[in-house]
Write a protein that binds this ligand. Structure first.
Ligand code: FCB
Length: 478
């Protein structure tokens, strides 16, 4: 074990949770099996021109059939937790009515196997696969979708609450609202800024109602949370217009969710910035109380910081890292320009900057001092390939993970109550609008055969997870 002698190895708390993460549509495949009906991502990916190479999640990594092998890989690596998502259209195919036993059975088998291998299951209820019927009825811009979501949450908790202790309502509602309904680079691909703001509110409301439905159906010691992709927004300079641009984007990216969820109100500046688009009259009496449910921790996804300037718009909407579109995902922020932060980039074109994660965690600690934090996603895509020896060596991913875990460690030392870390992703998978062209996995997937090959980073991460020791960057990365 060369790591053992590395003088600068960092020790994480023994209670720290080490996990890997995935999402249903990105890995499961089996799109029409056992009663599953189309989600908005099935429809979107089958629409020509939407997803790179016309890729769909029809087969994906075939996890629906290979789940046992995937759990065995996690057990071999030595990770202690697995964050996955439940496919709403598998459990409650039309988004209404009773649950489907076959769909639930899949998750029962999966979670039994995880528990058997001492891997803690962490279930996300919604990782973007809205049943198409609910989109046809208006989708997230409509209030009724929040009601439907709470019903589904109750069904899922009732069926799986005996084995899943940790629950997350929504994954990155920012993407659902603003990429789905404003820029259109995610399903359902609408480009209506007002619909996006309405969607944001109904996602908030759905979250609040789902938390109540979960708590009503789960044992008292269950952990309930939400995962936000908090953007760490930096102004390009100290000039007033740049600082104001950062404030606007922080409101639209972050405080539109943390305001109502954690503080019981929408930020005044957000309402002002968007006043020419909407008067927010879709926020009804009692909604804010319903949304502001106590949470056991906050799930945070981080990949890269966001760099902005104000004044005359200089850049296209693609440069915020969220995919190119003629329509902005930032309603009411037309004067804001996005810039590539300095440093190297990943295969997504995202800047590698662990200081963004450190700053973000410290800010969250300062803003919400009593709320524990969990990194529910962090990782990077690189152009991985299988070498002639049949191995996948991915030193860039190891360096990325090393740097970001060191930042987490530093944030813990600065007082941030970070309870765990989930590497995105266990497997290479369907990366939304980019299809299979971007590989985020610690495990390589050969799509034609479905064969799994753990990359060098998987072995490296397994070592960190088993020991709780983060080796110094220059030590042997095995
Ligand atoms: C996040 C998503 C996840 C994955 C990573 C790269 O926004 O939650 O599904 O696509 O980005």
């Amino acid at each position: 074990m060369p790591q053992a002698e590395a003088p600068a190895a960092l020790t994480f708390p023994s209670s720290f949770t080490w996990g890997t993460a995935t999402a249903a549509y990105q890995i499961e495949g089996a799109a029409t099996l056992d009663g599953r009906t189309p989600s908005i991502w099935d429809t979107y990916s089958r629409t020509p021109g939407r997803v790179r190479n016309g890729d769909t999640g029809d087969v994906a990594t075939d996890h629906y059939h290979r789940w046992r092998e995937d759990v065995a890989i996690m057990a071999d690596l030595g990770v202690g937790a697995y964050r996955f998502s439940l496919a709403w259209p598998r459990i409650q195919p039309t988004g209404r009515g009773p649950s489907v036993q076959k769909g639930l059975d899949f998750y029962r088998r999966l979670t039994d196997e995880l528990l058997e291998k001492n891997i803690q299951p962490v279930a996300t209820l919604y990782h973007w696969d809205l049943p198409q019927e609910l989109e046809d009825a208006g989708g997230w811009p409509e209030r009724a979708t929040a009601e439907r979501f709470a019903e589904y949450a109750g069904l899922a908790a009732e069926a799986l609450g005996d084995r899943v202790r940790t629950w997350i309502t929504l994954n990155e509602p920012w993407c659902s609202a603003f990429l789905g309904y404003a820029s259109g680079v995610h399903a359902p691909g609408r480009t209506d800024p007002v619909a996006a703001l309405r969607a944001a509110h109904h996602l908030n409301l759905g979250h609040g109602k789902a938390v109540q439905a979960l708590r009503a159906n789960l044992p008292a010691d269950a952990q309930v949370s939400v995962t936000l992709n908090i953007h760490h927004v930096r102004p390009r300079s100290g000039a007033e217009e740049d600082v104001d641009a950062a404030r606007r984007i922080d409101a639209l990216a972050n405080r539109v969710f943390t305001g109502p969820m954690l503080q019981g109100a929408y930020p005044e500046d957000l309402l002002r910035d968007t006043a020419s688009l909407t008067d927010w009259s879709f926020v009804k009496d009692g909604d804010l109380e319903e949304i502001a449910q106590p949470l056991d921790f906050l799930g945070v996804n981080y990949y890269t910081p966001t760099l902005v300037s104000g004044g005359a718009a200089e850049t296209s909407h693609g440069s915020d890292g969220h995919g190119n579109s003629a329509h902005s995902p930032w309603p009411g922020a037309d004067g804001v320009s996005f810039h590539l932060p300095p440093g190297s980039t990943t295969a997504m074109g995202w800047a590698v900057d662990p200081t963004g994660l450190y700053d973000l965690l410290v800010r969250l600690k300062d803003d919400f001092p009593r709320l524990p934090l969990m990194i529910t996603e962090n990782g990077a895509a690189f152009d991985d390939y299988v070498n002639p020896e049949g191995e996948v060596n991915d030193p860039d991913r190891i360096a990325y993970l090393q740097g970001h875990l060191a930042a987490v460690h530093r944030a813990i030392e600065a007082g941030a109550d970070v309870r765990g870390y989930f590497l995105w992703s266990l497997l290479d998978n369907f990366e939304w609008g980019y299809g299979y062209s971007k590989r985020f996995g610690a495990v390589y997937v050969d799509y034609p055969t479905g064969k799994r090959i753990p990359k060098a980073s998987a072995r490296w991460y397994g070592g960190v997870a088993r020991t709780g020791l983060l080796p110094a960057p220059d030590s042997d990365q095995g």
